[in-house]
Write a protein that binds this ligand. Structure first.
Ligand SMILES: C[S@@+](CC[C@H](N)C(=O)[O-])C[C@H]1O[C@@H](n2cnc3c(N)ncnc32)[C@H](O)[C@@H]1O
Length: 213
């Protein structure tokens, strides 16, 4: 994969995060990751983990699943590969370096595409979402787990104040769920079917977006 002006800084950042990523994120993201995995496999066994990272969620899949993971960062993927080998996660069928805005999978390959804690990091999220929609089978779902900023009100104002801190740890409050909802409407064939608050205290959300059958 050749680096562009947006992918190079991201790969560099996650080369630094990779050695400490699991220590920081594992317990904090586990409930949201488990909810995303359950929603994804409910659509069928063939799942794409977009931005799979160190593979924290890979152990939450049932044995009958067929999971393919992609990520920009070789450093993160190496750790995911180690987990697959150490834990014998035979349901993980491939782990590849790939940009989620340029997926090399054929149209209508997957029952579900899940992207956990990544969509707000991608400079062109609509391009990534359109790629997820393309590789989804009709009736399949995009399952996002993420922090999304509040649309308005006192919490939104607080988030605005805290945004430099949130950005530093990788969670921007500037990105609202309404941006994904607007993208779904613009496609004419994707529909947000669930937006659910999760641990901790609703900070993370699960969003399911279904492709019409
Ligand atoms: C916060 S981590 C989340 C990792 C994993 N999904 C998890 O929940 O632990 C974000 C991941 O997205 C990856 N990423 C960011 N932009 C990407 C892109 N355009 N294509 C593929 N992966 C990307 C990063 O390399 C990083 O591994």
């Amino acid at each position: 994969m050749t680096d562009g002006p947006t992918t190079a800084p991201m790969r560099k950042a996650y080369a630094r995060w990779a050695p400490i990523y699991d220590i920081v994120y594992d317990k904090l993201t586990e409930p949201a990751a488990r909810a995303a995995v359950n929603a994804a496999v409910a659509c069928g066994p063939r799942v794409l983990e977009a931005g799979v990272g160190t593979g924290l969620a890979l152990g939450y899949y049932p044995a009958h699943a067929e999971v393919h993971g992609v990520d920009l960062s070789e450093d993160m993927l190496r750790r995911a590969q180690e987990k697959v080998e150490k834990r014998g996660l035979t349901h993980v069928k491939s782990l590849q370096v790939m940009d989620v805005t340029h997926l090399s999978f054929a149209d209508e390959t997957f029952d579900a595409v899940t992207a956990q804690f990544i969509i707000t990091l991608v400079p062109e999220p609509e391009v990534a979402l359109s790629e997820f929609a393309r590789v989804l089978k009709p009736g399949g779902e995009i399952v996002l787990a993420n922090h999304f900023g509040q649309a308005s009100g006192p919490i939104a104002a607080l988030e605005e104040l805290a945004s430099p801190i949130a950005k530093a740890i990788g969670w921007s409050s500037a990105f609202k769920a309404s941006r994904v909802e607007a993208w779904a409407r613009s496609t004419g064939r994707m529909e947000v079917v669930e937006l659910k608050s999760l641990f901790p205290a609703g900070f993370f959300k699960l969003m399911r977006i279904r492709k019409s059958a």
